[in-house]
Design a protein around this ligand. Structure first.
Ligand code: ZN
Length: 439
C-alpha cells in the first residue's frame, strides 16, 4: 500500500474542503473526472447497466452509484458525513466595539471543543444565494487568506483560566474581523467582491468559519496525520477512493455522503431524510423492477456506516474500555454498543470482519466504557428510511471535534481497500441471518 501518496491526496482534499459544500463540490469533480454521469433529482433518470452516476442534494450531500453490467442482487453501500462542528456566521453579523473594532456574530454548529478555535488564523467559506435574471443561483465562496482571529483573554484578566473554563458562545467565541472604518456592511461587501457579484444581489448566505492551519504529517516516522475535519472527511475520502477502484459485479455500489450528522441528521440532506431511499427507489424503477424486487434487493444489501472512532488517548488511557482499545495505525475500528447507538450486531459485525479479511487489512474493536455514554452517528438514524443489515465502523483518531484532529498515517489506505472489496462484493440473503458473501 502506498501510504505516502494516499496521505498527500487526503490532505489536499481536507485543505480544499473547509466545509460540506466544498467537500461535495470536490467529490463531484473527482466523480466527473472518473467518467460518472451527473443526475439531478428534478430531472428524469434514464439509467443503463454498466454505468456510473452521481446526484447531489442541497449541494451538501452526494450519492454516487455504479450499476453492474447484468441484473443486480442488492446494494453494497458505505455512508459517511461531510459536515464538522464549526461556527456559522449569523445574518447581520457585524458588531462594532467602541467604534474601534468590528467583530462578527457567530453561533455554534454542532458540538466542538472551543479552546483550540482561539488564537489562530481563521477565515470564512460557504455558499451564497444570488439573484439572477432566471431566478436564484448558488455560488461557493472561500476567502482564501488569513482573515480573522478569536483572541483569548490575557491570563492577567482571568487568573483561573487554567483551572477549567466555561466558554460562552455569545461572549467568548466571536472573531475579530477588522478595524471600524466609515463604511458599513464591509463583511458582506467583501463576500460579494470575492464572488464577483453585487452585494445587493446576495439574497442569503450559509457561511462558516474555518481553521486556516493546513493538514500535515508528524511523528518520528511521519506515522500520524493531523488536520481539521478528519471526522469525517477521512472516511468520506476513503469511501470515494474505494468506490472508484471497485468493480461491481452482482450488486450496485453506492457511495453516500450525508450532511448535518453533527446536528442530528434531521434535514433533507441528512441521514434521517429520504435522500438514500429516494435514490435507491429510483435506481430500482429505472431498471424496470417491481416493489417486491426492491424489497428483495434491500434484504440482500449491506450498509457500512463509516464515521471516525476514538483511539486510546496517550494522556488519558483510562478513558477507553478496558478490553476493546483502538490505536492509531492499527486498522479499521468496528464499533459496538449494546443499546444500538451503533448498529453493529453479530451478523453485520461478522460480515465486516469477512470484508476486512478479504481486503487483508487489520481491524480493531471499539466499545464505550460501561460508565460512559459515548457519541452516536448516522447508521442507526438512516435505518428509519432504509432498514437493512448495517455495521458501524470508523478510523481511529484523537481530539474528535477539535478544529485540528490527529489520526494514523496507515488507516486511510486500509479503509480504501476495505471499501473497494465492499463495493465489488455481493451479500445475497438466503434466509434470515443466512447470507452468501460473494467477493
Ligand atoms: Zn463524525
Amino acid at each position: 500500500m502506498n501510504f505516502e501518496n494516499v496521505n498527500k491526496e487526503l490532505i489536499a482534499f481536507l485543505d480544499s474542503s473547509p466545509n460540506a459544500f466544498y467537500a461535495v463540490s470536490n467529490m463531484c469533480k473527482t466523480l466527473e473526472d472518473a467518467g460518472l454521469i451527473r443526475l439531478y433529482e428534478g430531472k428524469p433518470w434514464e439509467l443503463e447497466a454498466g454505468k456510473g452516476y452521481y446526484v447531489t442534494r442541497n449541494d451538501s450531500a452526494v450519492i454516487a452509484f455504479r450499476i453492474p453490467k447484468k441484473d443486480y442482487t442488492g446494494f453494497q453501500m458505505m455512508a459517511s458525513h461531510c459536515d464538522s462542528p464549526v461556527f456559522k456566521i449569523k445574518t447581520n453579523a457585524e458588531i462594532a466595539i467602541d467604534k474601534q473594532y468590528v467583530k462578527l456574530n457567530v453561533e455554534k454548529y454542532g458540538g466542538m471543543i472551543c479552546a483550540p478555535w482561539l488564537d489562530r488564523p481563521l477565515s470564512v467559506a460557504g455558499r451564497i444565494i444570488v439573484r439572477t435574471e432566471e431566478g436564484i443561483e448558488t455560488r461557493l465562496v472561500n476567502i482564501d487568506r488569513d482573515l480573522m482571529i478569536i483572541p483569548n483573554l490575557a491570563i492577567h484578566m482571568n487568573r483561573e483560566v487554567n483551572d477549567g473554563y466555561k466558554f460562552n458562545a455569545q461572549v467568548d467565541m466571536l472573531p475579530l474581523f477588522c478595524e471600524k472604518g466609515e463604511e458599513s456592511d464591509v463583511f458582506i461587501k467583501m463576500i460579494a467582491e470575492e464572488a464577483g457579484v453585487k452585494a445587493e444581489d446576495i439574497l442569503d448566505t450559509d457561511l462558516f468559519l474555518y481553521n486556516r492551519m493546513k493538514g500535515t504529517m508528524l511523528g518520528l516516522n511521519n506515522e500520524f496525520v493531523a488536520s481539521g475535519r478528519l471526522d469525517d472527511l477521512q472516511c468520506a475520502y476513503a469511501s470515494l477512493q474505494g468506490f472508484l477502484k471497485a468493480e461491481p459485479k452482482d450488486s450496485v455500489a453506492v457511495h453516500c455522503v450525508y450532511d448535518n450528522e453533527e446536528v442530528g441528521s434531521g434535514t433533507k440532506q441528512g441521514a434521517a431524510g429520504t435522500f438514500l431511499k429516494d435514490t435507491l427507489r429510483r435506481i430500482n424503477s429505472s431498471c424496470g423492477k417491481s416493489e417486491e424486487e426492491y424489497l428483495m434487493s434491500i434484504a440482500s444489501s449491506f450498509l457500512v456506516s463509516a464515521d471516525n472512532a476514538h483511539a486510546v488517548h496517550p494522556n488519558h488511557p483510562e478513558k477507553s474500555d478496558p478490553t476493546n482499545r483502538p490505536y492509531l495505525n492499527k486498522g479499521i475500528v468496528i464499533k459496538y454498543s449494546a443499546n444500538q447507538k451503533y448498529t453493529t450486531d453479530a451478523v453485520s459485525g461478522a460480515v465486516m470482519r469477512a470484508i476486512c479479511n478479504e481486503a487483508k487489512v487489520p481491524f480493531q474493536i471499539f466499545t464505550n466504557r460501561s460508565d460512559m455514554l459515548g457519541g452516536s452517528t448516522l447508521g442507526n438514524i438512516s435505518q428509519s428510511q432504509v432498514a437493512l443489515n448495517t455495521v458501524d465502523i470508523g478510523l481511529p483518531q484523537l481530539a474528535m471535534h477539535s478544529p485540528y484532529e490527529t489520526a494514523g498515517a496507515k488507516d486511510t489506505a486500509y479503509l480504501i481497500e476495505a471499501a473497494r472489496v465492499l463495493f465489488s462484493s455481493t451479500m445475497e440473503g438466503t434466509g434470515d441471518g443466512k447470507y452468501r458473501l460473494l467477493f
